[in-house]
Write a protein that binds this ligand. Structure first.
Ligand SMILES: [Zn+2]
Length: 97
């Protein structure tokens, strides 16, 4: 990635982490990319980049962790608010146990 490409990516994310919205605060944001295809996915702060790596970039594992945390904290509104910010909507469905 060239410096110009990084600057374009940085401008499109307004200099903030694509997950948590934190600014780099004197450090460069990490270029997040797919390790299989090399496709650049966005810019992440050190914490978020490390976190998704620790979850082995496995969306299913991250989703299970999210459901766990929402379940133990009861903070369903946090999940709904995050989805709204990304224009994601949920359908109400019954979950069989
Ligand atoms: Zn972050």
């Amino acid at each position: 990635m060239t410096v110009e490409q990084y600057r374009e990516l940085e401008a499109s994310s307004r200099g903030c982490c694509d997950i948590c919205g934190a600014t780099a605060r004197g450090r460069s944001l990490s270029v997040d990319h797919c390790h299989e295809t090399g496709r650049v996915r966005g810019l992440l702060c050190h914490h978020c980049n490390t976190a998704i790596g620790l979850f082995r970039e496995d969306p299913a594992l991250i989703a299970e962790s999210l459901v766990y945390l929402v379940g133990v904290s009861g903070a369903f509104d946090v999940l709904v608010d995050a989805a709204r910010r990304r224009d994601i909507t949920f359908r109400e469905t019954a979950v069989a146990r």
